[in-house]
Design a protein. Structure first.
Length: 184
């Protein structure tokens, strides 16, 4: 069985540090044998989620379809004012479209969480907020999550990290996603 891991993350700024961190986790998942798919910040610019409006944009349908087919998910959000970005929160609201599925919401899916901010406080609180949302959506946060202080660690365009400890943490999250999904 091939495991599919879907990454959701970034900001409206193309190639942001949080999006690069997501790619680092996806690299770890790919190294562990997964098929990966990334939905970056530019593709997360969606209309505000409204459960009473059944029509979906192409981008919203792409997001929901990708999540529906995912065995595992990685969420990587920038920290805005100590929590996840509005872009990430709105994307996660679209998970409501999975409520009637055989696996509703993120049920029985491992979810890796990464909070990236220019300072430890916002990075840690963003990570905690992501883990709380994952619990609310019936997902299973991986044992390891990552708080990335982008004032101390920087990512290159391919997800390579200037801090070897953070790079190892992100690869480990990717491996945990694949391991959990393979066991499910």
């Amino acid at each position: 069985m091939t495991v599919t891991v879907v990454g959701i993350g970034g900001s409206v700024r193309p190639d942001s540090q949080s999006e690069r961190a997501m790619h680092a986790v996806l690299s770890g998942a790919r190294e562990a044998g997964a098929q990966v798919r990334a939905i970056g910040g530019d593709r997360l610019v969606l209309p505000f989620y409204d459960p009473h409006v059944p029509e979906r944009t192409d981008a919203a349908r792409e997001l929901v379809t990708a999540l529906r087919g995912a065995d595992a998910v990685v969420l990587s959000s920038p920290g805005y004012h100590g929590t996840i970005s509005g872009l990430m929160k709105n994307a996660l609201d679209y998970v409501e479209d999975l409520r009637e599925d055989e696996r509703p919401y993120l049920d029985r899916r491992a979810v890796g969480c990464v909070g990236a901010a220019y300072g430890w406080q916002a990075a840690v609180t963003t990570l905690q907020a992501l883990r709380s949302v994952v619990h609310a959506l019936r997902g299973w946060p991986t044992p390891l999550g990552a708080a990335v202080n982008s004032s101390e660690a920087r990512f290159g365009p391919d997800g390579e990290c200037s801090d070897p400890k953070i790079a190892d943490t992100l690869r480990t999250i990717g491996a945990q996603l694949v391991d959990f999904a393979a066991r499910s």
